[in-house]
Design a protein around this ligand. Structure first.
Ligand code: ADP
Ligand code: MG
Length: 446
């Protein structure tokens, strides 16, 4: 590479760094905009944050029994059997994971729900679980739902690339129960519907009283926290307890400075103009942002010179797993038919991935800071943030960047915020929610 090209490359990379940079001032602005949107959302006004009441409070740790949970994420379906000992211990007795095929995401709702029930049946077979007894099942559904009660809720709109027809506006518990009936499975009763963030918060707070936030950083991103019922102005008369967990649906947060790559990604997406924070933060999109940068740099002759663009020309060809590989020191080049990649190109790719993933982690950190500051403006107590999702779990260094921004924002007090992986939390927590729902139902019957 000659000196002119090296200079152009340096200039491009510093430009890239600046358009993806989140300054302390940006983070503070995000926090104040977030608070405004939270306030409007809770009052039922216009807001990019839906602030959905979950009909669930934090658990007491005394819930007991064996429950099933079904966790429909954006990429995977997990079926779990969870045992609660009544002493704050939730044990995963069995779990099976299935990848959701593309044709199920974009076919009809009936086809999707039939597939989900097939997964449940396979789970019973794989784990040799008898079907003699009846089971209560909690359904974790990781999409925006207008919850009507603990065991009903209508899908507001698909996100994360799903388009299955005939589901939007419908009660997803009824759709699941109908699919169970179609397949003549009478021994499973859908006892609760939970958002994945709520499951995650409940799972961690079963044993940790300082846990007051559930966050998802996987295919998509979202969070929840316990809110005083008196503050949920849009839903008067939610019940006698003091607090209820609110699903923020923060993936929809829209007061953000997007750059050219974000705008191109958004315009080509299935939900144009929606889920802006999700599109800048979550696992479904980081690979695509990096791909758009790579394509531009190849067009300008700054990367992989002499190589045809075709390997990178397909939307979503590059995934977040690929980015994560570069942070582990390996490359993704073989997957794109690239051989003999120069040291400069390798370094450039590492830089692109670092820039894209750092912004994601800092935005996630700023959003967490906003919710913590909403609950505890002076940061007077400790806060455990339960986080589930493969992006947080597996992206090297991701958590470190989140901690950096929390420390920048809060100084020494930032250490009061503990970011804790809640692996499979969304499913385990749903089982706990199912336990509470089943207990309340029996109490009502007897
Ligand atoms: P779901 O969103 O379906 O609940 P996960 O929490 O497992 O499932 O998140 C899956 C997403 O996490 C994938 O779409 C991908 O973007 C991201 N991901 C998976 N593996 C890795 C990895 N090794 N490093 C970073 N991100 C990953
Ligand atoms: Mg998930």
């Amino acid at each position: 590479m000659n000196r002119d090209s090296a200079n152009m490359l340096d200039r491009f990379l510093s430009h890239l760094e600046s358009v993806f940079f989140i300054s302390l001032h940006d983070a503070q602005e995000i926090i104040s905009n977030f608070h405004q949107e939270m306030r409007h959302g809770l009052a039922g006004g216009e807001s990019s944050l839906k602030m959905i009441p979950s009909f669930v409070g934090r658990p007491k740790g005394t819930e007991k029994g064996k429950f099933l949970a079904l966790d429909l994420g954006g990429t995977n379906i997990r079926v779990l059997a969870v045992e609660l000992d009544g002493n704050g211990n939730a044990t995963l007795a069995a779990v099976s994971k299935f990848v959701i095929p593309q044709e199920m995401m974009s076919g009809t709702g009936d086809k999707l729900f039939d597939f989900i029930v097939d997964c449940i049946q396979l789970f019973f077979k794989e784990n040799n679980i008898g079907i003699q007894q009846a089971y209560d099942l909690a359904f974790t559904f990781s999409f925006p739902v207008e919850q009507g009660s603990i065991a009903s809720g209508k899908l507001i709109g698909w996100t994360k690339g799903f388009t299955a027809a005939g589901v939007e506006g419908k009660d997803v518990v009824a759709l699941l129960s109908e699919a169970l009936k179609r397949k003549e499975i009478g021994f499973i009763h859908v006892a609760a519907l939970a958002n994945d963030t709520v499951g995650t918060l409940v799972a961690k707070s079963y044993a940790d009283p300082y846990c007051d936030m559930g966050v998802i950083l996987g295919t998509g991103t979202n969070a929840c926290y316990p809110e005083k019922i008196a503050h949920i102005l849009k839903c008067p008369g939610l019940g006698a307890s003091e607090e209820m967990i609110v699903n923020i649906e923060w993936g929809g947060f829209s007061q953000l400075k997007t750059n050219i790559y974000d705008n191109v990604l958004d315009r080509a997406s299935l939900n144009v103009g929606k889920q802006l924070l999700e599109k800048m933060v979550s696992g479904m999109y980081l690979g695509e942002i990096a791909r758009l940068v790579i394509v531009e740099m190849m067009e300008q002759g700054l990367l992989f010179r002499g190589t045809s663009l075709s390997a990178f020309s397909k939307g979503y060809a590059l995934t977040t797993e690929h980015l994560s590989m570069t942070a582990q020191g390996s490359g993704f080049f073989a997957d794109f038919g690239l051989r003999d990649v120069s040291a400069t190109d390798r370094q450039t790719i590492r830089e692109i991935c670092r820039i894209v993933s750092t912004r994601s982690a800092k935005l996630a950190g700023a959003a967490i800071a906003a919710v913590v500051a909403w609950m505890d403006a002076k940061l007077e107590s400790d806060h455990t943030i339960a986080i589930d999702g493969s992006l947080f779990e597996k992206y090297p260094g991701f958590k470190g960047y989140m901690i950096d921004i929390l420390n920048d924002l809060f100084g020494d007090r930032g250490a009061r915020i503990k970011l804790d992986l809640a692996k499979d939390g969304s499913g385990i927590g749903a089982a706990i929610i199912g336990a509470v729902a089943a207990f309340n139902r029996r109490r009502m019957i007897t």
